[in-house]
Ligand binder design. Structure first.
Ligand code: AMP
Ligand code: MG
Length: 391
């Protein structure tokens, strides 16, 4: 049997970061920056008012001043503020020459011809200075940053319309199994509702990639090969579920093992021992052939596919280990690394859930973490510190 670490290492040595491309901002959410983004101008570009009020010379207040002009945000013809004058000014409007402070409207009588200002104002009050956020030429985002809403905002805020990014990997998810029925349709004898393609497509999206659910192809290797042919053109990676173990009717193994580019192995883990991985087609598209048991396929995704997607996105693949104190004793088979389902609490404990079978999807759905038990450990006393993986 091959170790979990060796299997992951092979996967990470095979997959490559996706090539950068230039995208319109509207399409860049969730992608990874492939360039440093800097601002061509200072931000703010000019001194402007932080409040609605009056631009004045601080030395002239308190007092009653004539209002000689009115400047809105976007105004470009400004009269200078002479001694003893005030200009009515709105938030974001450029500071007129001569003025050194803004008096908030709340400190005044709000007059439009003349204004009564009741109190002192410090020099520089309520002025946003040019370059206070960003200097001209300064990098605002580094290559390798994932573009979320605020990052998208600053890219637009420095005037960019398009940006170089590594795109989100497009991942096609195919289920196999003659017993599977689409949820929503009635169950016949011996059938179950197909769930893995929903779980895995959602897991792909939660991992910051684009998931396409191709549904189930039964147990016919020819149908599977046909589907792979259809989807390979638009996929950066493919995930299959089921059909990789030791029984008869293992369509993924039967279809892919003869190609010679996909290997099927026993990996020393529980759940999820049978695993396939390799590449398909001229573009060497990675394919993850995950086991069919619902818990096994999800755990396999978390261990092997998610780091691979991170690498394809141009992100680091190693995560800082998290530990917790287990609330009950655990058992684990010798020679295999176990991933038990648990509930991680804010007090730093993790409680194993009832139902640790690899088919027990409801138990998985009640968990928020995997408890890792190393290969050489068969019993973990309650209260021990264990490594956990957040789900
Ligand atoms: P297999 O790996 O194909 O031998 O499947 C192992 C177990 O997982 C069987 O009990 C299957 O019925 C079940 N299974 C396989 N694929 C799915 C799926 N897409 N949705 C739900 N259960 C599945
Ligand atoms: Mg099957």
């Amino acid at each position: 049997m091959r170790s979990v670490d060796a299997h992951l290492a092979e996967i990470l040595a095979t997959v490559r970061p996706l090539a950068p491309l230039e995208l319109e901002l509207e399409r860049a959410l969730g992608t990874t920056l492939a360039e440093d983004v800097s601002s061509p101008v200072p931000l703010p570009p000019f001194d402007n008012s932080a409040m609605d009020g009056y631009a004045v010379r601080a030395e002239d207040v308190p007092g009653t001043l004539p209002v000689i002009d009115d400047v809105a945000a976007g105004s470009d013809e400004l009269r200078a503020v002479g001694p003893g004058h005030a200009v009515r000014i709105m938030t974001g409007a450029p500071m007129p020459a001569g003025a050194d402070s803004v008096v908030p409207v709340e400190w005044t009588d709000g007059g439009t011809v003349s204004v009564r200002i009741n109190r002192d104002v410090p020099v520089g009050n309520a002025i946003r200075r040019a370059g206070e956020d960003v200097q001209a030429g300064e990098a605002v985002l580094k290559a390798g940053t994932v573009i979320g809403p605020a990052q998208l905002g600053i890219i637009a805020g420095v005037g960019r319309r398009r940006v170089w990014v590594r795109p989100q990997p497009r991942v096609v998810v195919i289920s196999t199994g003659a017993e599977l029925v689409e949820p929503g349709a009635p169950l016949g004898r011996g059938q179950i509702w197909e769930s893995n393609s929903f779980t895995l497509t959602a897991a792909v999206r939660a991992a910051g990639a684009e998931g396409f659910r191709a549904g189930s192809v039964g147990d016919d290797p020819a149908v599977l090969l046909d589907q792979l042919d259809t989807h390979l053109v638009r996929a950066d990676a493919i995930i299959t579920s089921g059909g990789v173990s030791m029984g008869a009717y293992e369509p993924v193994k039967e279809a892919l093992a003869p190609l010679g580019t996909v290997r099927f192995e026993k990996v020393a883990m529980q759940p999820g021992m049978p695993q396939g991985f390799g590449v398909l087609g001229d573009d060497r598209v990675p394919i993850f052939a995950l086991p069919g048991n619902p818990v096994s396929s999800f755990v396999s995704f978390m261990l092997f596919v998610r780091p691979a997607l991170d690498k394809m996105r141009g992100l680091p693949t190693d995560t800082a280990p998290v530990t917790a104190y287990v609330t009950a004793a655990l058992r684990s088979p010798s020679g295999r690394r176990s991933y038990l389902r648990g509930v991680l609490a804010s007090d730093g404990t993790v409680a194993p859930v009832h139902g640790q079978g690899s088919h027990q999807l409801a138990a998985l759905a009640s968990a928020n973490a995997l408890i890792v038990v190393p290969e050489d450990v068969t019993e973990v006393p309650g209260g021990s510190e264990v490594e956990v993986i957040r789900l």
